[in-house]
Design a protein. Structure first.
Ligand SMILES: Nc1ncnc2c1ncn2[C@@H]1O[C@H](COP(=O)(O)OP(=O)(O)OP(=O)(O)O)[C@@H](O)[C@H]1O
Ligand SMILES: [Zn+2]
Length: 734
């Protein structure tokens, strides 16, 4: 009898012991009984010693003969549950594609193909001369078997059926064979520009790092040719049969990036994002694991993709918030990428025009290599930035008259303009003109956003919608008015102000799904639209060669946020938006409309640019003892009674003080705590939300304090009444 430690997918911060007749390899999946349920777990260690064996249950079934999680990923899993203080079983499940979590086979299953029959092989295809489609299909199948569904799509189901009826082709189940380094069959280096001096320096530096662990920040202004540096620095790796994993923030970015990589190297690229089916994700996982794919491009969770011959990891737009998961296992894929690169002894490249302050600090202190591209590629000029003082100006649909004049100049010159609005919908509130009562989402205590096109109200915190009220709930007056401006209203206004210009709105209401976004972006670049109105989506890495003006209608809200990261986020957004203008031959400009034209942040950003702002912001963080100069974690609690959430965190505060004081004589190990105080969004979906922020100048004692406290937190009397969670290195305080 062998005792085996298994990670079981339950929200408990521990491993569980089961028995088996033989030792099992670490990383294979097993089915085990857990209470009344049967769950799929992962073997962590075989042959452990335990004292009391009386209650140990046997493993019900061993699923894999080969581990689904290799040693390097196992080490990463271990690091994840230690560092994020998360349940091991949940960590491992998060790392696996969904079908594998359910216990389905890890190797490719047979798929239906069509192949040529002996009769078909000897048939003279001229005999089909009167059926050219059948002839083409037969010729293709003779060359190599085709996946049945794809053959039906290419040649039509009728053609396939006709050939089957004539017994020239037949259906067979074939298990796809995966071949390592299969991409080398077609690998070819397409046309590429000659790198400029700075790109050349960066590429040479990266070439030196092959086969060793190193982290580099590629800090390159928008349009400076960062992607070109990625392409040229991975070229020798791919040629040598090494795989490259590239993380990108948004799904909208993926199509453009993917085709650029595919075209350059004439190889298939594995794509991973949340809109794929489970089966498609599994297929990429299998092909990457077998070493068949040379390039894998994906969003956050792609960092868990197994690689047979890893050569390099790239995180593009590394500052992007989407790399941090904000629920469940709250990991940061950028930090994980560093762990993985270290484990595989390969380089990690972080690229951004607006690096996160954490990353920039690592580069400035020499922990990361610092590569810089200070000029735009191919002679494009940088975008000039200006502040537009909106005070005392008439405002139409959120646009001041001064701004309108500038917009007219660009529109009349036949150029495209991009209008950024920070919220979707028509207006962020609906109120009664008579008594002033605002239509509120009761579950979130927040005003509903007006969506005029749908004639509905929607809560942007919980997603709840309701029909547009005809009268005020409080006084029954029929005069309802909107307050504030969203994309829908700005679009409506622009239609009136610029009746001859074609416009398009881009926000999550108008572009659902990546295909719609992709089509819209293509239409923009074919100049089918002249005025683009939209939200954050527009800021994400798109190449708009015809845009010469970017306007930001309202950035004042972010200037006074309680979140210490708000200035950094605003500066990144503004700089990325500015980066969409003047990317080709025509110069671009950006105007920020504000009621605070003398605000130091805006002045610094507009006059000195992000690079200067960021270095200055780092000094401020240091002076105020904020990350990256200290470490933080947050305990959040939510409950239907606000007193329960508050009381739980009060008790948690006590535990953190006492358990650490009891366990150590050094009072310096007790974290500094602020709170409990309400989250920036105080209530969501009927639950009141509070947080306790814990900080310490050193990471190790901070994590140690949490480790000591966690078992007590689970047992607190209030713990059963609240939903609570721990967030390590939090980035979002909403
Ligand atoms: N050395 C070069 N010579 C000529 N053209 C180049 C060169 N490097 C890049 N380009 C071109 O310049 C444009 C911008 O380059 P690229 O997309 O690589 O920049 P980027 O820094 O990744 O952009 P962003 O971060 O703003 O999305 C592209 O059209 C690219 O083909
Ligand atoms: Zn709500």
């Amino acid at each position: 009898m062998v005792f085996i430690q298994v990670a079981v997918p339950v929200p408990l911060r521990q491993l569980f012991t089961y028995s088996h007749t033989d030792t099992l390899q670490s990383g294979v999946r097993v089915k085990v009984s857990f209470g009344p349920r049967q769950l799929v777990g992962i073997v962590i260690e075989s042959g452990i010693d335990i004292d009391d064996t009386s209650k140990i249950k046997a493993i019900n079934e061993v699923i894999d003969s080969v581990p689904v999680i290799d040693e390097s990923l196992r080490k990463m899993a271990h690091w994840l549950w230690q560092y994020y203080h998360h349940a091991p079983g949940e960590v491992i499940h998060a790392m696996l594609p969904v079908p594998l979590r359910k216990g389905e086979p890890a190797t490719p299953s047979p798929a239906q193909y069509i192949q040529v029959t002996p009769e078909g092989r000897t048939t003279d295809s001229d005999s089909l001369s009167r059926a050219p489609k059948q002839m083409a299909c037969l010729e293709a199948v003779v060359a190599s078997p085709l996946i049945a569904s794809e053959a039906r799509k290419t040649f039509s189901p009728a053609v396939v059926k006709a050939l089957i009826d004539k017994a020239l082709i037949e259906r067979v189940d074939i298990t796809p064979e995966l071949t390592a380094q299969a991409w080398l069959d077609t690998f070819d280096i397409g046309e590429k520009p000659v790198p400029d001096k700075e790109q050349g320096v960066a590429i040479a530096a990266l070439n030196q790092q092959h086969g060793t662990f190193a982290i580099s920040l590629l800090e390159g202004v928008t349009g400076s040719g960062k992607t070109e540096v990625y392409l040229q620095s991975i070229e020798p790796l791919l040629k040598a049969g090494k795989q490259v994993l590239i993380l990108v923030p948004e799904i909208g970015l993926t199509p453009q990036t993917v085709s650029r990589f595919e075209k350059r190297f004439n190889i298939p690229v594995g794509v991973l994002h949340s809109q794929l089916t489970d089966a498609a994700r599994l297929s990429v996982w299998q092909r990457a694991r077998a070493g068949e794919l040379g390039i894998i491009i994906g969003t956050r969770s792609a960092i868990f993709t197994p690689l047979k011959n890893p050569g390099m990891i790239i995180v593009d737009e590394e500052h992007d918030e989407s790399f941090k998961q904000q629920d469940g296992l709250r990991y940061n894929a950028r930090d994980l990428a560093a762990m993985r690169a270290k484990e595989h002894s390969i380089p990690l490249l972080l690229g951004s025009a607006t690096p996160a302050l954490e990353t920039l600090n690592n580069a400035l202190t020499g922990r990361f290599a610092h590569l810089q591209l200070t000029r735009r590629a191919a002679g494009a000029q940088s975008t000039k930035q200006y502040l537009l003082d909106a005070r005392d100006q008439p405002i139409h649909y959120g646009i001041s008259e001064g701004l309108l004049t500038i917009m007219r100049q660009h529109v009349n010159a036949g150029n495209q303009i991009l209008v950024f609005v920070n919220r979707r919908g028509y207006a962020p509130a609906l109120l009664c003109h008579h008594c002033g009562t605002t239509a509120m989402c009761k579950r979130c205590d927040r005003p509903y956003t007006v969506h005029k096109g749908q004639n509905r109200l929607q809560c942007h915190h919980c997603g709840a919608t309701r029909s547009m009220p005809k009268e005020c709930e409080a006084c029954h007056s029929h005069e309802m008015v909107t307050a504030g401006t969203g994309t829908e209203q700005v679009e409506e206004g622009l239609m009136k102000l610029f009746p001859d210009a074609k416009h398009v709105r881009i926000d999550s209401d108008t572009v659902r799904g990546k295909d719609k976004l992709h089509q819209t972006l293509d239409a923009i670049n074919r100049q089918e639209h002249q005025i683009l109105v939209g939200t954050q989506i527009l800021s994400k890495g798109h190449h708009f060669p015809h845009v010469t003006l970017v306007v930001v209608l309202d950035c004042d809200g972010a200037l006074f946020s309680a979140d210490f990261r708000a200035p950094e986020k605003l500066a990144q957004l503004v700089t990325q938006l500015a980066g969409r203008a003047g990317r080709a031959s025509k110069p671009g400009e950006m105007w920020l409309q504000t009621h605070n034209p003398h605000h130091p942040l805006l002045q610094d950003l507009v006059n000195n640019g992000y690079a200067h702002f960021a270095r200055h912001a780092l000094m401020e963080r240091k002076a105020s003892a904020l990350p990256p100069y200290i470490s933080q974690f947050v305990i959040r609690a939510e409950a239907t009674e606000s007193s329960s959430a508050y009381a739980f965190l009060q008790q948690a505060r006590g535990v953190l003080l006492n358990s650490n004081a009891a366990n150590t004589s050094l009072s310096g190990l007790v974290p500094q705590m602020t709170g409990p105080f309400p989250c920036l969004i105080e209530k969501r979906q009927g639950r009141f939300r509070f947080m306790l922020v814990c900080s310490h100048e050193k990471r190790a004692p901070l994590h140690n304090a949490l480790r000591l406290a966690l078992p007590y937190l689970q047992g607190l009397p209030q713990a059963a009444k609240v939903r609570w969670s721990v967030d390590i290195d939090p980035t979002d305080f909403s």
